[in-house]
Design a protein around this ligand. Structure first.
Ligand code: SF4
Length: 210
């Protein structure tokens, strides 16, 4: 029986730049494939699936083991849109290697795999699946224009519904679109007057690191 493989755009050990775990050491596994089509996407090279090398789960295990030995505190499965793949076998293969698994997703697609932390970054033109909304640990909405704030509130309300009783509401983050002066001002003003939201910055971009 052939071993499962996944298209991998890149893997790299850096610091998480965004969200509640910002500033922590992490190994990133960027999977190829995304059909969500955000106009402002900064990883458009990840959209096609078939141009990236197929890596075996064993090869990815080795990368995680090396990163953990070098200090990675967790592994981030990102993309592209990781949920365009069935993530169960990948999670099974990586689960026991000493690093919690984090998922970064737009929520478009069926939730597969088991994660210690799910970052949901929903997109207004392709709303997320309810099961991802109900399972996410942080809700991170990118802000370019005023309409993104009402979308953020609608997503926050939806994310608080349908939760298991032992699953707390997600942390709520507004992240200005990169180099969007309007988004930055809107997000800052909104967080200042709505204290249940917090600002998320793409600190790796400000620092000029990966
Ligand atoms: S979901 Fe993410 S990877 Fe896909 S187009 Fe949007 S920003 Fe880019």
């Amino acid at each position: 029986m052939p071993q499962p493989t996944l298209p991998v755009v890149e893997t790299f050990h850096s610091l998480q730049g965004e969200g509640l775990h910002s500033g922590r050491s992490a190994l990133f596994i960027r999977l190829g494939g995304c059909s969500v089509g955000c106009s402002w996407c900064d990883t458009k090279h990840s959209w096609p699936q078939d141009v990236h090398p197929l890596l075996s789960l064993e090869a990815l295990q080795q990368k995680v083991q090396t990163a953990v030995a070098n200090g990675a505190a967790f592994v981030v499965i990102t993309g592209g849109e990781p949920l365009e793949h069935h993530l169960g076998p990948l999670c099974d293969a990586l689960q026991t290697l000493g690093a919690p698994l984090h998922l970064e997703t737009s929520g478009v697609g069926t939730l597969t795999g088991t994660f210690a932390w799910i970052t949901l970054s929903p997109k207004p033109h392709r709303p997320p699946e309810p099961e991802v909304l109900a399972a996410c640990h942080e809700l991170k909405v990118v802000v370019h224009e005023a309409g993104d704030l009402s979308f953020a509130e609608a997503m926050a309300a939806a994310a608080s519904q349908g939760r298991r009783s032992d699953q707390p509401a997600p942390h709520l983050l507004l992240q200005p679109g990169w180099q969007s002066a309007e988004g930055q001002q809107l997000a800052i003003d909104y967080v200042r007057s709505h204290p249940y939201w917090r600002l998320s910055l793409q600190s790796h971009k400000w620092l000029g690191v990966r």
